[in-house]
Design a protein around this ligand. Structure first.
Ligand SMILES: *[C@@H]1O[C@H](CO)[C@@H](O)[C@H](O)[C@H]1NC(C)=O
Ligand SMILES: *[C@@H]1O[C@H](CO)[C@@H](O)[C@H](O)[C@H]1NC(C)=O
Ligand SMILES: *[C@@H]1O[C@H](CO)[C@@H](O)[C@H](O)[C@H]1NC(C)=O
Ligand SMILES: *[C@@H]1O[C@H](CO)[C@@H](O)[C@H](O)[C@H]1NC(C)=O
Length: 188
């Protein structure tokens, strides 16, 4: 019992500690296949810089903007730079989860600024989406719908028939009761 309490306390302490850490880093939760916008918080601290650059996991370059000139460091078509150096990740996947860094390279003699942001795309939701809506396999999806419709049509028809039968029985029963009552009132 005592051991259990201690481990619960430890877990709580770890959770609080973990929350404290993640609080210092911005954290974005994404759903599979969405467009995620990762803001570059460093732009809050400086508006004058030579270029802006986004990295994944601190040092893997993704995209760079120097005035109107963009440089893509990956062949991925899912990264775009939006307003205020916001990194847009299109069609986001669980593999896009991780830490991202926005780096603002200063003019000579000034300070460089950077900010971090963490993205988490849940894999389980991704699976749900692909099983409910297969994106490329329409021929698989359509028969399923048809089967479902036929299935429900059969159930609907059966229910309708049953309702009719029940109505019939009830009506006959009532007619009999009325007839009986009639006879009884005749006797009285
Ligand atoms: C991107 O594509 C080019 C040619 O299409 C190829 O040479 C290069 O290695 C690719 N880079 C990456 C990071 O996949
Ligand atoms: C880099 O990506 C941008 C979209 O963010 C695109 O407009 C541009 O054509 C790409 N540049 C190169 C060199 O592939
Ligand atoms: C970009 O930054 C400017 C100045 O801080 C602000 O007025 C504007 O609303 C921002 N744009 C977006 C899309 O957040
Ligand atoms: C990402 O989110 C899932 C569920 O939403 C959670 O179980 C997982 O621990 C998160 N991962 C990280 C690295 O925060």
């Amino acid at each position: 019992m005592g051991n259990l309490k201690i481990s619960a306390l430890l877990l709580f302490a770890m959770a609080t500690l973990h929350c404290g850490i993640s609080e210092s880093m911005d954290y974005i939760e994404g759903n599979c296949n969405e467009v995620i916008k990762l803001p570059c918080k460093a732009t809050d601290r400086t508006t004058t810089y030579r270029y802006a650059m986004w990295y994944k996991m601190k040092d893997i370059p993704i995209i760079k903007r120097k005035k109107r000139e963009y440089t893509n460091y990956t062949n991925s078509t899912s990264f775009f730079l939006g307003e205020n150096e916001t990194l847009e990740v299109h069609n986001v996947q669980p593999s896009d989860s991780g830490e991202y860094k926005c780096y603002l390279a200063a003019d000579v003699g000034s300070q460089n600024y950077y900010s971090f942001i963490k993205l988490n795309v849940s894999a389980s939701e991704c699976l749900d989406v692909s099983t409910v809506y297969p994106s490329t396999t329409n021929p698989v999806y359509c028969p399923v719908v048809e089967e479902l419709t036929v299935h429900w049509a059969v159930i609907g028809l059966s229910l309708f028939s049953m309702a009719k039968i029940i109505l019939c029985i009830v009506a006959v029963g009532q007619a009999r009761t009325i007839a009986k009552n009639g006879r009884w009132s005749d006797n009285n």
